[in-house]
Design a protein around this ligand. Structure first.
Ligand SMILES: [Zn+2]
Length: 246
C-alpha cells in the first residue's frame, strides 16, 4: 500500500534543534504515528508562518509531507499552547523530564495512542497545578505500564513470590524484591507496608484505587526504576531535584 505524500496529524512538540542556517528539526509525538522527526524549513526566519507555533509543549494540528528521509512540516495550527504556564521554572523542569523520558523510551513511528493521551493529559495537569513534581511518579509508572515494562507492584521481580510487609528497591533487577531475594550486604532502599500499598495505588490504572501522590520513598523507588530503563538518570531530573524540599 502506498501512503499519501501529504497527511495531517495532531502532535505535541517534544524538542527542536537547529539545522543549517534557517531550518529546525522537531521531534514530535503524534497521535497516529507516535514519535517522529520532521523538519520545518525556514522556520528561523522572522517571517516564517510557522515561527512561534512550534514552541516546546505546544499541541498542534500539523500538515506534513512525507520526505525521503525526514517528513516536512507544511503547516501547524495550535490546538493547545501551555507556553505561558510552562515558562515557570518548576513546570518547565517537569515537562522537560516528561518530554525527555517519552523521547528516550518510545521508538519512532510506532503508534502509541495511549501514550499520546498520557502526554497531553500530563501537559494539562502540569499547567494546572502548583506542585508539578508530585505528578512525576504516577506519570512514570503509567508510561512504563503502557510500554509493557512496568515493574510488578505486588510480587518480587526476581522470584515472583508475593511481596509481604517489606520490599526492597533493586534498580538493577528493574523493580522491587522481597526479603528472601535480598542479599544482606546490599544497601537497598526499603519500602514498608504503607509504601507498598501506596506504590500499588500510584501505579494503578484509572479508578477508585488510583492515587497521584507518592510517599517520598515510593517517589525515589520510581526514580530508580525509571533510571534503570533509561540506562541513566534523566538529564532533566537534575533540574527537577532543585525543587525537592528535603
Ligand atoms: Zn524474590
Amino acid at each position: 500500500m502506498t501512503q499519501p505524500r501529504a497527511y495531517k496529524t495532531r502532535a505535541v512538540v517534544l524538542r527542536g534543534r537547529v539545522l543549517g542556517e534557517a531550518d529546525r528539526i522537531f521531534t514530535l509525538f503524534t497521535a497516529e504515528r507516535g514519535k517522529l522527526d520532521a523538519v520545518a524549513k525556514g522556520v528561523r526566519r522572522a517571517k516564517s508562518h510557522l515561527a512561534g507555533r512550534l514552541e516546546f509543549g505546544n499541541e498542534c494540528q500539523f500538515g506534513l509531507h512525507r520526505g525521503r528521509s525526514l517528513d516536512v512540516i507544511v503547516s501547524a495550527d495550535i490546538v493547545t499552547a501551555h507556553w505561558e504556564r510552562l515558562v515557570d521554572p518548576q513546570r518547565f523542569a517537569v515537562f522537560s523530564l516528561v518530554a525527555e523520558v517519552i523521547d528516550a523510551l518510545c521508538e519512532p513511528d510506532q503508534p502509541l495512542p495511549e501514550v499520546y493521551a498520557l502526554l497531553t493529559g500530563m501537559l494539562g495537569a502540569i499547567a494546572a497545578t502548583d506542585e508539578p513534581l508530585a505528578l512525576v511518579p504516577r506519570f512514570s509508572l503509567r508510561l512504563l505500564d503502557l510500554l509493557g515494562i512496568a515493574p510488578p507492584v505486588s510480587r518480587c521481580v526476581l522470584c515472583d513470590l508475593p511481596l509481604e510487609e517489606r520490599g526492597y528497591v533493586d534498580a538493577q533487577a528493574g523493580g522491587i524484591i522481597g526479603e528472601s531475594c535480598r542479599e544482606r550486604w546490599r544497601d537497598l532502599l526499603a519500602l514498608d507496608e504503607e509504601d507498598l500499598e501506596n506504590l500499588r495505588a500510584v501505579a494503578a490504572r484509572k479508578g477508585a484505587r488510583a492515587r497521584v501522590r507518592a510517599t517520598p520513598r515510593v517517589a525515589r523507588a520510581v526514580e530508580e526504576v525509571l533510571a534503570h530503563h533509561l540506562g541513566r538518570r534523566p538529564k532533566a531530573g537534575a533540574a527537577c531535584s532543585e525543587f525537592v524540599t528535603p
